[in-house]
Write a protein that binds this ligand. Sequence first.
Ligand SMILES: [Zn+2]
Length: 298
Amino acid sequence: MPDYLVKATAAKGQIRAFAVSTKTIVETARTVHHTSPVVTQALGRLLTAGALMGSMIKNRDELLTLKINGDGPIKGLLVTADSQGNVKGYSYVSDLKDTTSIPMTVSDAIGSGSLTIIKDMGLKEPYVGYSPLVSGEIAEDLTYYYAKSEQIPTSVSLGVLLNEDGSVKQAGGFIIQLMPFTDEEMILKLENVLADTSSMTKLMDAGKTPEAILKEIFVNLDLNITTTEIVRFFCNCSRDRVTKALIAIGEAELEDMIADGESTEINCDFCSEKYVFSTEDLQLLLNAIRKKEKETEV
Ligand SMILES: [Zn+2]
């Protein structure tokens, strides 16, 4: 079954909730980036957060970026998501060797640092929200971010469960937000329910779908599932885009690359796709730039 996300409201619209399954997304990321177990967990959690937050985007052209920088051995993670269920991402270090006797946690791997959320709406200045990491476990860091930067009481749960061989057994998460007009009684009720709810990975390992998880959380709270949509790991890189990037680096740089006499290989950070440009390819590109310059001079 492909990964999918459900959107819901509860308690007569006082609460909005999002739940997602991301096993295929995280397994795809693991395969393309050859991530070691703790990195698969860290990147998987951030990709899951990306899928959830992408679905909250109102503007169709908006692009969301989630960036974590830390002083731990992973160094950082970057994920982008759009409003159509496409998510992609990578870790700065993928093949982290865990030599500790107690397996390294995501928090150990990330260390202290910061979380940056960039919402690029295609306008001149993107919105940039920033908060320090409070635990490095990602879900708690996002909860803190929502409270501090957006002033929205939010509960975030993200989980990635691995098989013995390091492949992904289960992955998913939920985000629950209280609307500004939520009454005190409802806030307390929800807090109690969330305190009793098992971890995301436990629920998913017990075979619970995103809908079933929300039903369990919002039992007797008037849950209304409004939308179900497919989410996927998708990178929109192409030879065309890479060519444009090469044109942007300028003539002098291209001349140097041609003078090297070797073909140039460019790897996409997000999906590891390789793009190879021979010196002939680069020469053609340079010729095209010069031709265009001449035309504009006339
Ligand atoms: Zn790519």
